[in-house]
Design a protein around this ligand. Sequence first.
Ligand SMILES: [Zn+2]
Length: 427
Amino acid sequence: MRHLVCVTVLLCGVAFGQQAPVIAVKTGRLLDPVAQKVRTGAVVVVQDGRIKSVGDAVPPGAQVVDASGLTVSPGFIDTHTHVMLQGDPTDVEYDEQILKESLPYRALRASRAMRIALEHGFTTLRDIGNEGAGFADVDMKKAVAAGIIVGPRLFVATKALAPTGAYGLGGTSYSWQLDMPKGVEMCDGPDACRRAVRDQIAHGADWIKVYADRGYYRRPDGQIRSLPNFTQEELNAIVDQAHRTNRRVAAHSITPTGHAIALAAGVDSIEHGQVIDDATAKQMAQKKVFLSPTLTVIGYVDAPRSKTNPIWNAIAKASEESFRRALAAGVQIALGTDAGGFPWDQINQAKEFKIYVDRGMTPWQAIRSGTVVAASLLGKESELGTLAPGAYADLVGMKDDPLKDITATERVSFVMKEGVVVIPSGR
Ligand SMILES: [Zn+2]
């Protein structure tokens, strides 16, 4: 019955020519990050939320959106965020949020965070672990898709995985009598870890996130290393199970200790990677494993965390050379900030673009990192980060030219997501 109604509506629509309106976005300079070319005076033709074509003229009858005074790029993509978090420079702020804020309150704050991200030009986020919020990230994704809230489209990882005792809350900070809530799903042993992967996917995970290492320290030779969280067998089981179900795996991994087990298991992205040696960089490039560097958050947590543990200063310092090493080795670097690790309303996550340029990327490389390369990490090259026909009509406009001054990405003055204007040009 329901099927019949749909067919009737569809036929009626065609019979009366009720097609979605055509929108023509006039641009001043249009950046094509796939071809690394700039077009002057191009018109992006949009219908049904998707790009129909890019040409030089406004099609007859089209609604015009005038961004002709701006440099326009495909919408930005951040591959490492936590919408359910609002800044945790230290454990104190983290524990406050997990212990004192109800899930509805955290969801309301997430909704605001997502609106801010979208207004900053980020039309897509890979939200990589919801930090003790159950499966609320799936609800946030659903709410955006249904038009209940306005925000970036989300790819979600639900609960990140770590073995017992390897992630907050708990440990020795609280009485052992208390059964503390956890920021992750704990799993031990290959079978239990396979089950944990299945559980995340059953609840709507697009990605699987694992914590590959923790406990960062300096070896006597000065090198920074860490404690591996999982056995190789556990990590192998997690990646195998995820890949069998067509999900990719992101590994939090700061030092070569974590990188070694994560890469051997076959993960798809290394998160943070602040300490990368030559062998790791070479292996990542060969295996086409993405790096999501999250340099904005490192700049934010470095000072407060170093007060109690100076290793964070050393990690921040190592991150400069590691980034250059990965870039030189040809590792695919997808823009990732760890927004949520820093407060959404205090730091614009687009700051990450400038840090990449400061550390050796060309402006084009930085823009590609937050569009084409990030889309490739998501396996969505034909729909995101591109101006190709059929891609989502996600566009951002800037008054200044980011190819001349990359900080232009921090001053977005026009945002369109799926053909809907979020911020009108001229703001
Ligand atoms: Zn993170």
